[in-house]
Design a protein around this ligand. Structure first.
Ligand code: BT5
Length: 231
Protein backbone atom coordinates (compact mmCIF):
# COMPACT_ATOMS: atom_id res chain seq x y z
CA UNK A 1 0.00 0.00 0.00
CA UNK A 2 1.46 3.34 -0.92
CA UNK A 3 0.97 6.21 1.46
CA UNK A 4 3.36 8.93 0.32
CA UNK A 5 1.39 11.43 -1.77
CA UNK A 6 -2.03 9.84 -1.08
CA UNK A 7 -3.06 13.47 -0.62
CA UNK A 8 -1.38 15.92 -2.99
CA UNK A 9 -1.60 19.67 -3.14
CA UNK A 10 -0.37 21.11 -6.45
CA UNK A 11 0.50 24.79 -6.52
CA UNK A 12 1.57 26.97 -9.42
CA UNK A 13 3.81 29.11 -7.22
CA UNK A 14 4.69 29.57 -3.57
CA UNK A 15 7.54 30.92 -1.47
CA UNK A 16 8.80 27.55 -0.25
CA UNK A 17 6.94 24.23 -0.34
CA UNK A 18 8.58 23.41 3.01
CA UNK A 19 6.84 26.43 4.54
CA UNK A 20 3.51 25.50 2.93
CA UNK A 21 3.87 21.93 4.23
CA UNK A 22 4.82 23.17 7.72
CA UNK A 23 1.67 25.31 7.83
CA UNK A 24 -0.47 22.36 6.74
CA UNK A 25 1.22 20.14 9.32
CA UNK A 26 0.47 22.64 12.09
CA UNK A 27 -3.17 22.55 10.96
CA UNK A 28 -3.17 18.76 11.32
CA UNK A 29 -2.48 17.51 7.77
CA UNK A 30 -2.02 13.75 7.63
CA UNK A 31 1.15 11.68 7.36
CA UNK A 32 2.05 11.36 3.68
CA UNK A 33 0.55 14.67 2.51
CA UNK A 34 2.65 16.13 -0.30
CA UNK A 35 2.87 19.72 -1.57
CA UNK A 36 4.30 20.36 -5.04
CA UNK A 37 4.93 23.72 -6.71
CA UNK A 38 5.81 24.54 -10.30
CA UNK A 39 8.11 27.29 -9.11
CA UNK A 40 9.21 28.82 -5.80
CA UNK A 41 9.95 32.46 -5.10
CA UNK A 42 11.90 31.77 -1.89
CA UNK A 43 13.17 28.20 -2.23
CA UNK A 44 15.48 27.33 0.66
CA UNK A 45 18.53 25.16 1.10
CA UNK A 46 20.19 24.39 4.41
CA UNK A 47 21.64 27.06 6.73
CA UNK A 48 19.79 29.91 5.04
CA UNK A 49 21.12 29.17 1.55
CA UNK A 50 18.81 29.75 -1.42
CA UNK A 51 17.47 27.06 -3.75
CA UNK A 52 16.97 28.33 -7.29
CA UNK A 53 13.51 27.23 -8.33
CA UNK A 54 12.69 28.25 -11.89
CA UNK A 55 9.66 26.76 -13.69
CA UNK A 56 10.38 23.32 -15.08
CA UNK A 57 11.90 21.85 -11.90
CA UNK A 58 10.32 19.71 -9.23
CA UNK A 59 9.81 21.32 -5.82
CA UNK A 60 8.19 18.92 -3.42
CA UNK A 61 7.64 18.73 0.33
CA UNK A 62 6.17 15.80 2.23
CA UNK A 63 4.67 15.78 5.70
CA UNK A 64 5.72 12.75 7.73
CA UNK A 65 4.50 11.80 11.16
CA UNK A 66 6.74 8.84 11.88
CA UNK A 67 6.62 7.05 15.22
CA UNK A 68 10.24 7.92 15.90
CA UNK A 69 12.00 9.74 18.72
CA UNK A 70 13.55 13.07 17.71
CA UNK A 71 17.08 11.61 17.82
CA UNK A 72 16.16 9.19 15.04
CA UNK A 73 15.25 11.94 12.58
CA UNK A 74 18.75 12.75 11.20
CA UNK A 75 19.34 9.20 9.82
CA UNK A 76 15.92 9.41 8.16
CA UNK A 77 17.40 12.07 5.89
CA UNK A 78 20.00 9.55 4.69
CA UNK A 79 17.16 7.19 3.70
CA UNK A 80 15.49 9.97 1.73
CA UNK A 81 18.74 10.69 -0.12
CA UNK A 82 18.97 7.03 -1.12
CA UNK A 83 15.41 7.11 -2.48
CA UNK A 84 16.00 10.33 -4.45
CA UNK A 85 19.23 8.93 -5.87
CA UNK A 86 17.45 5.77 -7.05
CA UNK A 87 14.70 7.78 -8.75
CA UNK A 88 17.32 9.79 -10.68
CA UNK A 89 19.09 6.55 -11.66
CA UNK A 90 15.83 5.05 -12.86
CA UNK A 91 15.59 8.06 -15.18
CA UNK A 92 18.99 7.39 -16.69
CA UNK A 93 21.25 9.64 -14.60
CA UNK A 94 24.51 8.28 -13.14
CA UNK A 95 23.48 9.80 -9.82
CA UNK A 96 25.55 9.60 -6.63
CA UNK A 97 25.07 10.84 -3.09
CA UNK A 98 27.30 13.65 -1.97
CA UNK A 99 27.42 13.81 1.80
CA UNK A 100 25.18 14.60 3.52
CA UNK A 101 22.29 14.58 1.14
CA UNK A 102 22.95 16.08 -2.25
CA UNK A 103 22.42 14.18 -5.48
CA UNK A 104 25.26 14.72 -7.95
CA UNK A 105 25.74 13.68 -11.57
CA UNK A 106 29.20 13.96 -13.12
CA UNK A 107 30.37 16.42 -10.47
CA UNK A 108 27.32 18.69 -10.64
CA UNK A 109 24.33 19.02 -8.35
CA UNK A 110 21.06 17.61 -9.62
CA UNK A 111 18.98 17.63 -6.47
CA UNK A 112 18.99 18.67 -2.83
CA UNK A 113 17.13 17.54 0.26
CA UNK A 114 16.05 19.74 3.17
CA UNK A 115 14.59 17.95 6.20
CA UNK A 116 13.03 20.02 8.98
CA UNK A 117 11.49 18.60 12.17
CA UNK A 118 8.69 20.20 14.14
CA UNK A 119 8.55 19.18 17.78
CA UNK A 120 6.80 19.96 21.05
CA UNK A 121 9.45 19.57 23.72
CA UNK A 122 10.95 16.16 23.04
CA UNK A 123 7.91 14.92 21.14
CA UNK A 124 8.21 14.83 17.37
CA UNK A 125 5.13 16.42 15.79
CA UNK A 126 6.06 16.13 12.14
CA UNK A 127 8.97 16.02 9.74
CA UNK A 128 8.91 18.09 6.57
CA UNK A 129 10.94 16.50 3.80
CA UNK A 130 11.74 18.96 1.02
CA UNK A 131 13.23 17.72 -2.25
CA UNK A 132 14.23 19.91 -5.18
CA UNK A 133 15.21 18.29 -8.50
CA UNK A 134 16.29 20.08 -11.67
CA UNK A 135 14.36 18.61 -14.58
CA UNK A 136 13.88 20.51 -17.84
CA UNK A 137 15.68 23.66 -16.70
CA UNK A 138 19.26 23.87 -15.45
CA UNK A 139 19.60 26.78 -13.01
CA UNK A 140 22.09 29.48 -13.85
CA UNK A 141 24.90 27.98 -11.76
CA UNK A 142 28.19 26.40 -12.91
CA UNK A 143 27.72 23.74 -10.27
CA UNK A 144 24.22 22.60 -11.29
CA UNK A 145 22.92 20.01 -13.71
CA UNK A 146 19.48 18.72 -14.65
CA UNK A 147 17.78 15.49 -15.59
CA UNK A 148 16.66 16.94 -18.93
CA UNK A 149 13.38 16.39 -20.66
CA UNK A 150 11.80 13.74 -18.50
CA UNK A 151 8.07 13.44 -17.94
CA UNK A 152 7.57 15.50 -14.78
CA UNK A 153 4.51 13.57 -13.60
CA UNK A 154 6.15 10.19 -14.15
CA UNK A 155 9.33 11.31 -12.40
CA UNK A 156 7.30 12.59 -9.43
CA UNK A 157 5.51 9.24 -9.06
CA UNK A 158 8.84 7.41 -9.31
CA UNK A 159 10.48 9.71 -6.73
CA UNK A 160 7.61 9.29 -4.26
CA UNK A 161 7.72 5.49 -4.66
CA UNK A 162 11.48 5.25 -4.04
CA UNK A 163 11.46 7.68 -1.14
CA UNK A 164 8.51 5.86 0.44
CA UNK A 165 10.33 2.53 0.08
CA UNK A 166 13.43 3.77 1.90
CA UNK A 167 11.45 5.56 4.64
CA UNK A 168 9.55 2.31 5.26
CA UNK A 169 12.80 0.35 5.44
CA UNK A 170 14.28 2.83 7.89
CA UNK A 171 11.23 2.81 10.14
CA UNK A 172 11.04 -1.02 10.02
CA UNK A 173 14.72 -1.92 10.45
CA UNK A 174 16.48 1.20 11.69
CA UNK A 175 19.78 2.42 10.36
CA UNK A 176 21.12 -1.10 9.59
CA UNK A 177 19.61 -1.28 6.10
CA UNK A 178 20.32 2.36 5.27
CA UNK A 179 24.09 2.53 5.90
CA UNK A 180 25.12 -0.03 3.25
CA UNK A 181 22.64 1.38 0.72
CA UNK A 182 23.88 4.92 1.31
CA UNK A 183 27.54 3.88 1.09
CA UNK A 184 26.93 1.99 -2.14
CA UNK A 185 25.73 5.25 -3.73
CA UNK A 186 28.11 7.75 -2.12
CA UNK A 187 30.64 9.96 -3.87
CA UNK A 188 34.09 8.94 -2.68
CA UNK A 189 37.17 11.19 -2.43
CA UNK A 190 35.36 13.90 -0.54
CA UNK A 191 37.30 16.09 1.89
CA UNK A 192 35.32 17.15 4.95
CA UNK A 193 35.94 19.51 7.85
CA UNK A 194 34.59 18.81 11.33
CA UNK A 195 35.84 21.45 13.76
CA UNK A 196 39.65 21.27 13.72
CA UNK A 197 39.64 18.00 11.80
CA UNK A 198 40.06 17.98 8.02
CA UNK A 199 40.12 14.60 6.30
CA UNK A 200 38.64 12.34 3.69
CA UNK A 201 35.24 10.73 3.94
CA UNK A 202 35.54 7.00 4.59
CA UNK A 203 31.83 6.33 4.89
CA UNK A 204 29.35 5.71 7.66
CA UNK A 205 29.77 3.54 10.74
CA UNK A 206 27.13 0.86 11.41
CA UNK A 207 25.17 3.34 13.52
CA UNK A 208 25.27 6.07 10.88
CA UNK A 209 28.14 8.07 12.45
CA UNK A 210 30.41 9.74 9.92
CA UNK A 211 33.91 8.28 9.50
CA UNK A 212 36.69 10.68 8.48
CA UNK A 213 40.33 9.71 7.88
CA UNK A 214 42.90 12.35 8.85
CA UNK A 215 46.28 12.93 7.17
CA UNK A 216 47.95 10.35 9.47
CA UNK A 217 45.50 7.61 8.53
CA UNK A 218 43.57 7.72 11.80
CA UNK A 219 39.83 7.28 11.43
CA UNK A 220 37.60 9.57 13.50
CA UNK A 221 33.93 9.02 14.31
CA UNK A 222 31.78 12.15 14.06
CA UNK A 223 28.38 11.88 15.67
CA UNK A 224 27.17 15.43 15.63
CA UNK A 225 28.23 19.01 15.25
CA UNK A 226 29.04 21.01 12.17
CA UNK A 227 30.60 19.14 9.29
CA UNK A 228 31.24 20.88 6.00
CA UNK A 229 32.48 19.82 2.59
CA UNK A 230 35.91 21.29 1.73
CA UNK A 231 35.87 19.87 -1.80
C1 BT5 B 1 19.95 21.83 -0.45
O1 BT5 B 1 20.52 22.80 0.33
O2 BT5 B 1 20.50 21.22 -1.32
C2 BT5 B 1 18.47 21.58 -0.15
C3 BT5 B 1 17.58 22.07 -1.27
C4 BT5 B 1 16.15 21.71 -1.00
C5 BT5 B 1 15.23 22.37 -1.99
C6 BT5 B 1 13.81 21.90 -1.81
S1 BT5 B 1 12.79 22.44 -3.10
C7 BT5 B 1 11.39 21.95 -2.23
C8 BT5 B 1 11.62 22.35 -0.78
N1 BT5 B 1 11.24 23.71 -0.54
C9 BT5 B 1 12.28 24.49 -0.22
O3 BT5 B 1 12.22 25.73 0.03
N2 BT5 B 1 13.40 23.76 -0.20
C10 BT5 B 1 13.13 22.36 -0.52
P1 BT5 B 1 22.08 23.10 0.39
O4 BT5 B 1 22.83 21.82 0.59
O5 BT5 B 1 22.20 24.17 1.42
O6 BT5 B 1 22.44 23.64 -1.05
C11 BT5 B 1 22.19 24.95 -1.46
C12 BT5 B 1 23.22 25.30 -2.52
O7 BT5 B 1 22.97 24.56 -3.71
C13 BT5 B 1 23.19 26.76 -2.93
O8 BT5 B 1 23.99 27.54 -2.09
C14 BT5 B 1 23.71 26.71 -4.37
O9 BT5 B 1 25.12 26.64 -4.37
C15 BT5 B 1 23.22 25.37 -4.86
N3 BT5 B 1 21.95 25.48 -5.59
C16 BT5 B 1 20.94 26.39 -5.43
N4 BT5 B 1 19.92 26.11 -6.24
C17 BT5 B 1 20.28 25.02 -6.95
C18 BT5 B 1 19.64 24.23 -7.95
N5 BT5 B 1 18.41 24.48 -8.37
N6 BT5 B 1 20.35 23.19 -8.47
C19 BT5 B 1 21.59 22.89 -8.06
N7 BT5 B 1 22.24 23.58 -7.12
C20 BT5 B 1 21.59 24.63 -6.56
Amino acid sequence: MSWLGHRRIDLIECGSTNDEAAKLARDGAAHGTVVIAERQTAGRGRDGRAWQSPPGGLYLSAILRPALPLVDVPPLTLAIGVGACDAAREHGAAAQLKWPNDIYVAGKKLAGVLVEAQSQGHRLESVIVGIGVNLATTPDLDTATSLGNVDRAAFTTCLLAHVEHWIDRYVATGIAAIVPAWQARMMANLVLRAGELVGSLVGLDVDGALLIRDGYGTIHRIRSGDVSVVH
